[in-house]
Design a protein around this ligand. Structure first.
Ligand SMILES: Cc1cc2nc3c(=O)[nH]c(=O)nc-3n(C[C@H](O)[C@H](O)[C@H](O)COP(=O)(O)OP(=O)(O)OC[C@H]3O[C@@H](n4cnc5c(N)ncnc54)[C@H](O)[C@@H]3O)c2cc1C
Length: 396
């Protein structure tokens, strides 16, 4: 996404969706970022009839801006760390087997960037199931004295995905409609989105407004900027320190990213300052590596969409109004099973992947598609229902 505001005029309304009246799809997926495209991929691999709808096209949102580095989370423990460790292994394997052209594999060097970060890295070393070493000899010559003196570890494999090309490859052969969806309606057992009819809908709308009523869900939007640069310095590993630096391509280019800006809102009037972004990115990169003859080639900016508990969101969408309307006792919510809430019929979402969308999407989309096809339950820690429970308690 280069600049959302300047592209607004390109978006169509839902009435402009091209004529698909004759065909009934199994699934319509709204949003063609990495979450929508991987969901489309797994469902179509299972012979489902899928259509993607996006207001701007493939990888137009946060996904088009991503690095997209494939790494685990270097911290001491907890649900997110465990999930990311599993997703890191799964996604490396998935991308390498199915899309080898779109992923660059190299060793991954993680360097602690503070005392607190060092404590987390040490705890990671004690608890991780991944093989690691502390041998930095292959990369030492380009590291700064500060980076060399900091605690670090090396994983045998890190990945960097070509974000836009990967999303396009995942969506290859899948119908795509370019339109903005403003509303959904459900009639006679089918969802209707413009002229498109489908048995189910998956919302994969990233940081944009969700098109159904979910008063219980608030997303955390974090603006980010990354750059591609040309440099005469050869970087052999993915290096993660104050930010991430990719290994050099054969042409001598590499990706540097990304910034985390909690305040910038691309939907408002403020204009993003690209020069200030370059300065921040290059200063942070210079803390780790002495990059020579640097020329900035391309900017990428976009929003990450995260949840308040930092875990991703995958599963069926609770209809809050209907659930609360019924003979619903908020005081007894702890004893009520998830299945007892009212859900929008065959309406699912996949979102909240924060800064790890390319790591998480293959695993989550596979689990979602298996769940939809009746082949497995979803992890209740990750479903949207957890936010409904918390919100409903506050209403009571
Ligand atoms: C600068 C930056 C760097 C990042 N680096 C990494 C990284 O190194 N590794 C990693 O794993 N992740 C990284 N991420 C995070 C990753 O990009 C996100 O987690 C991921 O892109 C989320 O994908 P998504 O499909 O949920 O959302 P998006 O990519 O934002 O896609 C949502 C899509 O929905 C469409 N849409 C929304 N509403 C509507 C509507 N009403 N009608 C029609 N279309 C609609 C939008 O046009 C958009 O294309 C980074 C993100 C940023 C911004």
């Amino acid at each position: 996404m280069e600049n959302r505001k300047s592209k607004e005029h390109l978006t169509a309304s839902s009435s402009n969706i091209h004529n698909q009246t004759l065909k009934i799809f199994d699934t319509v997926i709204i949003g063609a970022g990495i979450n929508g495209c991987t969901s489309a991929y797994f469902l179509s691999q299972a012979n489902q009839n899928v259509i993607l709808i996006d207001q701007e096209g493939i990888a137009a949102g946060g996904s088009g801006a991503a690095g997209a580095f494939i790494s685990p989370k270097f911290t001491k423990g907890g649900r997110l760390k465990e999930l990311l460790e599993e997703a890191y292994l799964f996604s490396l394997d998935f991308y390498t087997k199915n899309f080898p052209e779109q992923i660059q594999i190299a060793k991954l060097l993680q360097i602690a960037n503070s005392d607190e970060n060092e404590a987390r890295l040490n705890a990671f070393k004690e608890t991780t199931t991944l093989d690691y070493s502390t041998d930095t000899s292959e990369v030492k010559s380009i590291l700064t004295p500060y980076a060399k003196a900091s605690a670090s570890l090396v994983l045998e494999k890190g990945g960097v995905v070509d974000a836009q090309v990967m999303c396009q490859a995942l969506a290859e052969g899948i119908e795509l409609s370019r339109a903005k969806v403003d509303e959904l309606s459900f009639k006679d057992g089918l969802w209707q989105v413009g002229d498109i009819k489908a048995k189910r809908v998956i919302l994969a709308t990233g940081s944009y407004d969700i098109v159904v009523k979910m008063p219980y869900l608030e997303l955390r939007r974090v603006w980010g900027h990354r750059i591609d640069v040309k440099t005469s310095t050869k970087v052999p590993y993915s290096i993660h320190h104050h930010l991430s630096i990719s290994p050099s391509s054969a042409e001598g280019t590499l990706a540097i990213g990304a910034t985390h800006n909690l305040h910038f809102n691309p939907f408002g009037d403020e204009v993003y300052d690209l020069e200030a972004g370059h300065k921040e990115l290059l200063e942070k990169a210079a803390k780790s590596v002495n990059l020579e003859d640097v020329e900035v080639l391309k900017d990428y900016v976009g929003l990450r969409s995260g949840s308040n508990d930092y875990l991703p969101i995958v599963g069926k969408v609770v209809d809050a109004e209907k659930t609360m309307d019924e003979d619903f006792k908020v005081s007894k919510i702890k004893q009520i099973d998830d299945e007892c809430f009212s859900y929008f019929p065959e309406l699912y979402m996949i979102n909240g992947t924060g800064g790890y969308g390319f790591v998480l999407a293959p695993l989550l989309a596979k689990q979602l598609s298996e769940h939809i096809l009746g082949q497995g339950a979803l992890d209740s820690d990750l479903t949207p229902t957890r936010f409904f429970r918390r919100w409903a308690k506050r209403q009571g």
